[in-house]
Design a protein around this ligand. Structure first.
Ligand code: ADP
Ligand code: MG
Length: 257
């Protein structure tokens, strides 16, 4: 059983000594994480620290070399991505997975259809996607894109594409949402909009996100885990972590690379 927190609750997500090696190189090394339900948790660390590798294990895209992943009381270590997704772990997809010619609403309808057993049948009737229209519109509204529902995805600006990816991830109605660099490549305005969006999404969800922007981390994260060379360097609130000597020297070290 997962370790309960001070209030006696088990964390929604827990990793125990999670490790992934690539040809003997430890990209993620003995990582212990405990993320309670409802928390917004930031994962930070220099390039190559192992953040994406950790996300890939949490979503089943990479098999751990050793260690354990527990989610909502289930041992999901080494499970298939679809199994983990159906248990309620979603990840925002990269822009490359959008279909330029398809409308925003069609993206949502497809995403919603893929969460039901209809996937194998719905192609037979173009009308059967209609049942997902209302929910699709709600999700577009949640990310501020409802008034563009009929537009082709290819016409969206960069920040809007990232918002569409978020809506697609939300179509799974996830208990845990993983965001890998949600503000990467954004200008100040889009960054602030994304911060507000993630705050709204996190009201009734658990979120783990990776971001290099400390303004984003400080604005969103209840707690922060700092990874360095595959290992946890520090965990705590943003203020605790940024006052930590080991964290300061790791970041200064990284700046000189
Ligand atoms: P981050 O996301 O923190 O920048 P990554 O998880 O992408 O770091 O990478 C961590 C380390 O693992 C890096 O040294 C990277 O080169 C290595 N790595 C990641 N994926 C692979 C792979 N598929 N094969 C070999 N090495 C990998
Ligand atoms: Mg990465």
């Amino acid at each position: 059983m997962p370790k309960p927190d001070r209030a006696g609750r088990s964390p929604l997500l827990e990793t125990r000594a999670l490790t992934r090696e690539f040809s003997g190189f430890r990209a993620v090394s003995d990582v212990d994480l405990a993320v309670p339900e409802g928390e917004v948790h930031a994962l930070v660390g220099p390039n190559g620290a192992g953040k994406t590798t950790l996300f890939n294990m949490l979503t089943g895209f990479l098999t751990p070399t050793s260690g354990q992943i527990l989610f909502g009381g289930h041992d999901i270590t080494g499970k298939q991505p679809e199994t983990i997704a159906h248990l309620g772990v979603a990840r925002s997809f990269q822009i490359t997975s959008l279909f330029e010619e398809m409308s925003l609403l069609e993206h949502l309808e497809l995403a919603l259809a893929s969460t039901t057993s209809l996937t194998t049948r719905f192609w037979k009737s173009p009308r059967s996607l209609d049942q997902f229209r209302a929910r699709g519109m709600e999700l577009l509204d949640e990310v501020g894109l409802a008034d563009r529902s009929a537009q082709r995805a290819g016409t969206l600006a960069y920040g809007q594409k990232r918002a569409l990816e978020l809506a697609i991830a939300l179509a799974l109605d996830p208990r845990l949402l993983l965001l890998d660099e949600p503000t990467a490549g954004m200008g100040v305005e889009d960054i602030d909009r994304t911060i507000e969006l993630v705050k709204a999404i996190a009201v009734d969800r658990t979120v783990i996100f990776v971001d290099h922007n400390m303004h984003v981390v400080g604005s969103l994260a209840d707690r922060v885990t700092v990874l360095q060379a595959g290992s946890v360097l520090a965990t705590g609130t943003y203020d605790e972590v940024r006052a930590d000597e080991r964290v300061i020297s790791a970041y200064l070290g990284a700046a000189h690379d």
